[in-house]
Design a protein around this ligand. Structure first.
Ligand code: PLP
Length: 476
C-alpha cells in the first residue's frame, strides 16, 4: 500500500460526526456539541494530512469520543478561573496583578445586585458624578485639589496627553521613553493622543538645560515618566520634579508625571528603596500625576489621575473620558481599597499586595516550613522537597531591582533523576495543568514554590496538587 492509500484509509476511518453526537450527554446544548465535534475531527484530519497521525488505532471511535468528551467538559467550565501563584512575583500582570481583600466583597456585591447612586446626587435629586465616590478620598490621601479615575493607567496617560497637548509638543527625557509589556510604549501612546513627542537628553543623562532648550511656542507640557521596569545605572542624571516644576513655572508650562505603579505609603521601613509616593510627586510640584489602581496600590484595575483642578476639569469634559470610564464594580472595589489607606499601618496588614510585598523573611521561612510539612506528610514518591532561600520580585513592571528575600520550598526529582531537565519541566507542566493550576518557577534546575504569593488556605491544596502532578509527570 502506498502512502496516499494509507492516508486515504486513515481519512476514511475518522469516526462520523453523527455517531459521536449520539453518544454525547443530552443536557449539553446541541450547537456546542456540534462545534466541538467539528473542531476535533478537523484537527484529526489536518494531523493525518500532515503526517502527524499514521496509525488507525489512534483515531479509534473510543479514543476520539474520549477526546471530544474531555473538550466538552472544558468548554462547560468557566474559562477564567482561579489558580495558585507560587512564582513569588507579587504584582504578576499575567496572573491578575493584585488580589482584592475579602473585606471588599460585600461592597462589590451590593453595587452589583442593587441600583445605586452611581451617577445620582441624593442631596439635590439630580444627575451626579461617577467620580464623586472616590474623588474626595483621593484628595484626602494625596493632597490633590481634584481627581479622576478611568479604566487603567494607559487610558489615564492617553487622556491627559489628548486633553492638554493634542497637536502640540510634550518634552520627555530619552531615559524615560519606557515600554511596558503588552504594547504600551510612551512614544506610541503619545502619537495616538495626537501630541508630538519632543525627546531630550541622552539615554543615561538628561540635564535641565536639555528641557529648556527644547521649549518653544509649540510646547504644551513637560512630562516625567517612571522608568518602572528597567533601571539605568552608572553615569546617570535625571532632572528632579522640583527643578522641572521651576522650569515649567518660568515658561508657564504644566508639568505632568506618569508614576506607573504609584504608591501611597513609603515602604522604606519595610526594606524598600525609596520611591516617590503620589503625595511626594504632587508636593514636589507635579500639576497632574497618573498611576495604576492594581499595581502596588493593590486595588482593582484602574487609572487614577490626581492634581490641579483646572486640568482635571478639562479631562473630565473630554469625550474620550466616556470611552475609558470606570465601571461601578471597579469603583466599589477602588473606594473600599482607598478607605483602608486612611491608616497606613492598616494598609500593610489588610491590602493583600502590600502584605505580600512587606512580608518579612522570617514569615516566609515559617510558611515554607509549613508547606514542607504538608508535602512530607503525603510521602509523595519520586520527588524530594526542601526549603531554600530565594529572591521574590515585586513584578508589574515596578522596582525591577528590588529583591525581596524569601524562603521557598524547592522540589527535585528523586530516584537518581536529580537535575533531569525533562523530568523537571514535566513536573512544572503537570502542576500548571492541574486543578487548580499551580504556577511555579524553575531556577537552576529546581522547581521553586515561593510561599510569599500563596494564600493562607493553599498549603494543603498545593501538597495535594504536587502529589497528582508527580504521578502524571511519571515521577512516581
Ligand atoms: C504600568 C504602567 C503603565 C500602564 O498602566 P496600566 O494600569 O497597566 O494601564 C503606564 N505607565 C507606566 C510608567 C507604567 O509603569
Amino acid at each position: 500500500m502506498d502512502a496516499s492509500q494509507t492516508m486515504n484509509n486513515l481519512l476514511r476511518s475518522i469516526p462520523k460526526t453523527d455517531r459521536i453526537l449520539q453518544k454525547l450527554p443530552e443536557d449539553i446544548p446541541q450547537s456546542l456539541k456540534l462545534r466541538i465535534c467539528r473542531r476535533v475531527l478537523d484537527d484529526i484530519r489536518q494531523a493525518i494530512l500532515s503526517g502527524r497521525i499514521s496509525a488507525v488505532s489512534s483515531i479509534s471511535f473510543q479514543r476520539v469520543l474520549e477526546r471530544i468528551e474531555k473538550e466538552l467538559q472544558k468548554a462547560m467550565e468557566p474559562s477564567l478561573r482561579p489558580l495558585i501563584n507560587a512564582t513569588g512575583v507579587v504584582v504578576h500582570t499575567n496572573l491578575g496583578r493584585s488580589l482584592l481583600s475579602d473585606e471588599l466583597l460585600d461592597g462589590i456585591r451590593k453595587a452589583a445586585v442593587n441600583y445605586s447612586n452611581l451617577e445620582y446626587d441624593l442631596d439635590h435629586g439630580r444627575r451626579g458624578s461617577r467620580y464623586s465616590h472616590v474623588e474626595d478620598i483621593l484628595c484626602e490621601l494625596t493632597g490633590a485639589e481634584a481627581a479622576l479615575v478611568v479604566n487603567n493607567n494607559a487610558a489615564a496617560v492617553l487622556i491627559m496627553l489628548e486633553t492638554l497637548a493634542r497637536g502640540r509638543e510634550v518634552i520627555v527625557s530619552r531615559g524615560e521613553l519606557v515600554e511596558i509589556g503588552g504594547s504600551f510604549r510612551i512614544p506610541d501612546v503619545m502619537a495616538r493622543s495626537g501630541a508630538i513627542l519632543r525627546e531630550v537628553g541622552a539615554t543615561n543623562r538628561t540635564h535641565l538645560a536639555d528641557y529648556e532648550r527644547a521649549i518653544c511656542e509649540d510646547t504644551a507640557l513637560l512630562m516625567k515618566v517612571h522608568q518602572s521596569n528597567f533601571a539605568i545605572v552608572g553615569f546617570t542624571l535625571s532632572v528632579s520634579m522640583p527643578a522641572l516644576k521651576a522650569l515649567g513655572r518660568k515658561h508657564g508650562l504644566p508639568v505632568i508625571e506618569d508614576l506607573g505603579s504609584g504608591n501611597l505609603v513609603d515602604l522604606r521601613p519595610y526594606g524598600f528603596v525609596h520611591e516617590p509616593t503620589v503625595q511626594e510627586s504632587l508636593a514636589a510640584g507635579a500639576d497632574l500625576v497618573s498611576f495604576s489602581g492594581d499595581k502596588m496600590l493593590g486595588g482593582p484595575q484602574a487609572g487614577i489621575i490626581v492634581g490641579k483642578k483646572r486640568f482635571v476639569d478639562r479631562i473630565k469634559k473630554n469625550p474620550i473620558n466616556r470611552a475609558v470610564r470606570i465601571d461601578k464594580l471597579t469603583l466599589a472595589a477602588l473606594e473600599g481599597t482607598l478607605r483602608i489607606y486612611r491608616r497606613p499601618e492598616d494598609a500593610i496588614a489588610r491590602i493583600p499586595t502590600l502584605r505580600m510585598l512587606c512580608m518579612p523573611e522570617k514569615e516566609t521561612a515559617a510558611r515554607a516550613g509549613k508547606l514542607l510539612e504538608a508535602i512530607r506528610s503525603r510521602e509523595i514518591g519520586g520527588i524530594r522537597a526542601a526549603t531554600s532561600p530565594v529572591i521574590s520580585r515585586v513584578g508589574g513592571g515596578a522596582l525591577p531591582l528590588q529583591e525581596l528575600r524569601s524562603t521557598a520550598v524547592t522540589i527535585d526529582p528523586a530516584n537518581g533523576r536529580d537535575g533531569d531537565r525533562s523530568a523537571i519541566s514535566a513536573l512544572e507542566k503537570a502542576l500548571r495543568q492541574g486543578n487548580p493550576p499551580v504556577i511555579v518557577r524553575i531556577e537552576d534546575d529546581h522547581i521553586i514554590i515561593d510561599v510569599r504569593t500563596i494564600k493562607d488556605n493553599q498549603f494543603a491544596v498545593i501538597a495535594e496538587c504536587l502529589e497528582k502532578a508527580a504521578v502524571s509527570a511519571g515521577l512516581e
